[in-house]
Design a protein around this ligand. Structure first.
Ligand SMILES: NC(=O)c1ccc[n+]([C@@H]2O[C@H](COP(=O)([O-])OP(=O)(O)OC[C@H]3O[C@@H](n4cnc5c(N)ncnc54)[C@H](OP(=O)(O)O)[C@@H]3O)[C@@H](O)[C@H]2O)c1
Length: 305
């Protein structure tokens, strides 16, 4: 088995993917800006590198057959995450070509019908295009919210339900998406290098249930066993609302605002080709939330329960 590079090794998806690859005995090089933060696991070798500056990338990519691209710059001090992410993807592609990398596997965002309208989803798509153009055998997987205890977008929803008795529901509450369980997203990523039929493709990955953001919040409240009073609003007011949400949920505003802007449209997969290609049966929304809340409570208390 050849070495696989995981970028974003300290991030939510990167950590769970490394755990999955290590369990399967696959050798991993784990790239991080601060490699001392990479969790110790059998077969996992930390490496230092920064995608935005380009430092350390070529060395880290040496001898790797596949590299997972699991990095974004939202939430950083600067508002200009899209230009940082453009630079990161270009640096990565250049270094990967120089190191002779065969393919990258990227996890980005679903794209609404008619094209991305938020800066966040435009940027995720731009990164996909840079990777597929520069490394044509790569695979891009597109997902909406990952349901997992450490997933920032899921944590925001849970913290809102936990901490607000009256829940303001902006106009975006009616838009629908198909969230995916953490287990399934990680499985799609881990299986991709073994699927030559996914080379050069962009595939949508999703759970089976289409739910509106309002329904998601109500379901989370049900599963937490709390009654919340919904307060439907006719407007979105994302700039002001994102400041409130960031304060209530303890998440950086630089992350909350771009994520909230992406709720202003339905975010549904183009098709279900991925499930058939990979032979996976993704978990339903309720089951995914139950698992995530149980994982959450293994390490942190949920005040609402
Ligand atoms: N979570 C979701 O619900 C979800 C849904 C759909 C798609 N995705 C996609 O999945 C990917 C990973 O997301 P995530 O949720 O795992 O994000 P995350 O937890 O915020 O992790 C982001 C990672 O990027 C790293 N990073 C940032 N700037 C870097 C740089 N200049 N050089 C090297 N590494 C850098 C961070 O390292 P530091 O620790 O050093 O900051 C961190 O490890 C993204 O492409 C995201 O769009 C996530």
């Amino acid at each position: 088995m050849t070495m696989e590079l995981v970028t974003g090794a300290t991030g939510y998806v990167g950590r769970h993917l490394i755990e999955r690859l290590s369990r399967a005995g696959r050798p991993v090089r784990a790239l991080a800006r601060d490699p001392t933060r990479v969790e110790e696991r059998p077969g996992v070798e930390p490496a230092q590198g920064d995608l935005v500056s380009g430092e350390g990338l070529e060395d880290a990519l040496q001898g790797c057959s596949t590299a997972y691209y699991l990095v974004h710059s939202m939430g950083a001090d600067t508002d200009d995450f899209a230009s940082r992410d453009r630079r990161a993807a270009r640096n990565f592609t250049r270094a990967a070509r120089a190191a002779g990398l065969e393919r990258a596997v990227y996890l980005g965002g679903l794209v609404p019908a008619g094209g991305p309208r938020s800066v966040h989803l435009r940027s995720r798509l731009e990164v996909e295009q840079i990777l597929l153009d520069g490394l044509p055998r790569s695979t891009a997987l597109r997902a909406s919210i990952l349901i997992g205890a450490e997933s920032s977008s899921f944590r925001i929803l849970v913290r809102l339900v936990e901490r607000l008795r009256i829940l303001p529901f902006p106009a975006w509450r009616v838009h629908r998406t198909r969230p995916i369980a953490e287990r399934d997203a990680v499985e799609y990523l881990a299986l991709t290098p073994e699927r030559p039929d996914t080379e050069g493709r962009s595939l949508d990955i999703a759970g089976p249930d289409a739910v509106s953001y309002g329904q998601m919040i109500e379901r989370i409240a049900d599963l937490l066993g709390v009654g919340r009073l919904p307060l439907p609003l006719k407007i979105n007011q994302t700039p002001a609302a994102s400041a409130l949400v960031a304060a209530v949920t303890d998440q950086p505003r630089g992350l909350v605002r771009p994520l909230m802007e992406s709720l202003e449209h339905d975010l549904l997969p183009r098709d279900d080709a991925a499930a058939a290609i990979y032979g996976l049966r993704p978990l339903g929304f309720g089951r995914a939330v139950e698992r995530a809340l149980a994982d959450w409570e293994r390490t942190e208390e949920l005040a609402a329960r």
